[in-house]
Design a protein around this ligand. Structure first.
Ligand SMILES: [Zn+2]
Length: 300
C-alpha cells in the first residue's frame, strides 16, 4: 500500500460585513470626537487623563469620571518600534514606526503609526503631529498617521541685497579706502570699537570720537574653512577674529600668506591692502591679513 499524503485544508475565519461590537459610552465618545477631528481623554477620579479613554482606571480599578478633556493634537514619542517592511494591512505602505505617543495634556500614551522616513528621526522625546484623513468615520484610523514636527525646511533662496551704508559704516569704509581702520571710542566706558559705530553696545552712550587704528593686530580665534568662497584665495582658507592694536573688540577677516595649519591664536598679523588705484568703498580693499613674523602675543 502506498503512503498517503497528509490531508491539508486552508481555513479562513472571516466576518463578511464586519464584526459588530458596541463601543460603550467612553470609547464611543472617543471615536465620535475623532470623527470630529478632536482627540479626547477621560479624567480619572485621581485627576489623571487617560488617552485613549477607558471605563476604569487601570491603576486603581475605580470607575473614571465623566469629564472628557481635549488633548494634543501634538504629542511626544515615549517609545517606538521601526517597521522596515510594512505588510498590506499596515497603515502605511512605506517603512514607518509604531510609537507610543503621549499627547499634550494626557498622562498615558496612545499607540499609533508615525511616518518618520528614517528611524533616527524618531528618538524618544520626538514631537509628532497627527495627519487626519479627509473622510472620517469614527475610528482610530481617522488619524492616518502621525509625523514628526517640522524642525527644518529647505527653501531655494537667492536674495540679492543693495545695502545702503549708514553714517557709521560710511565713516569706516571711507577710512578703508584710505587704508585706515577707523574705530570709535566710547566717551563713557572708553572702549574702542572697530568698525566705527555710533553707539556703545555695552553702555549705550553715543560715540562721536573717531580713532584711527593701525593695520596690525592679533588673531584671537580662527576657523579653517574647507568649502570654497569667492573672496578666499584657496581651499582650505582661514577666517579669523583679529583684535587690531588699540581696539577692544575683534573684527573678522581672512588670513592669507600662510598655510592654514600654521595659523594660531596669538599670531601677529598685518592687513594686506589692494593697490590704491583698485580701492573702492568696501572691505575688499583688505585682501587679507598676513603674519608679521613678530613673536606671538599673549592673549588675555
Ligand atoms: Zn560705553
Amino acid at each position: 500500500m502506498e503512503t498517503s499524503e497528509p490531508l491539508v485544508a486552508r481555513h479562513v475565519l472571516e466576518f463578511p460585513g464586519g464584526y459588530t461590537r458596541s463601543t460603550g459610552p467612553v470609547i464611543g465618545r472617543f471615536l465620535t470626537e475623532l470623527r470630529a477631528g478632536r482627540i479626547v481623554g477621560v479624567r480619572t477620579a485621581e485627576g489623571r487623563v487617560l488617552v485613549p479613554p477607558l471605563e476604569y482606571d487601570p491603576a486603581t480599578g475605580d470607575a473614571v469620571t465623566d469629564e472628557y478633556v481635549e488633548v494634543g493634537p501634538a504629542g511626544t514619542v515615549t517609545a517606538s518600534a521601526w517597521v522596515g517592511e510594512p505588510r498590506p494591512e499596515h497603515p502605511l505602505d512605506r517603512p514607518f514606526a509604531w510609537a507610543l505617543i503621549r499627547l499634550d495634556g494626557a498622562d498615558t500614551a496612545l499607540v499609533h503609526a508615525v511616518d518618520a522616513g528614517d528611524p533616527k528621526a524618531l528618538r524618544p522625546g520626538a514631537r509628532v503631529w497627527p495627519v487626519w484623513r479627509e473622510r472620517r468615520e469614527g475610528g482610530i484610523t481617522d488619524i492616518a498617521y502621525f509625523r514628526p514636527e517640522v524642525t527644518m525646511i529647505v527653501s531655494p533662496e537667492r536674495p540679492e541685497y543693495r545695502i545702503q551704508a549708514g553714517g557709521a559704516l560710511r565713516t569706516f569704509l571711507e577710512g578703508v579706502r584710505r587704508g585706515v581702520f577707523v574705530g570709535g571710542r566710547c566717551p563713557t566706558c572708553a572702549k574702542v570699537y572697530v568698525p566705527f559705530r555710533a553707539s556703545c553696545p555695552e553702555c549705550g552712550s553715543r560715540i562721536a570720537e573717531q580713532v584711527e587704528l593701525p593695520d596690525t593686530g592679533t588673531i584671537t580665534t580662527f576657523a579653517i574653512n574647507n568649502l570654497p568662497d569667492p573672496r578666499a584665495p584657496e581651499v582650505p582658507f582661514v577666517s579669523a577674529y583679529i583684535l587690531l592694536d588699540g581696539a577692544d573688540i575683534p573684527m573678522i577677516a581672512l588670513v592669507g600668506g600662510v598655510p592654514a595649519h600654521e595659523v594660531r591664536q596669538g599670531m601677529r598679523v598685518r592687513a594686506e591692502w589692494v593697490p590704491e588705484s583698485e580701492r573702492t568703498l568696501s572691505m575688499a580693499n583688505v585682501r587679507w591679513f598676513t603674519p608679521t613674523g613678530e613673536e606671538d602675543a599673549e592673549l588675555t
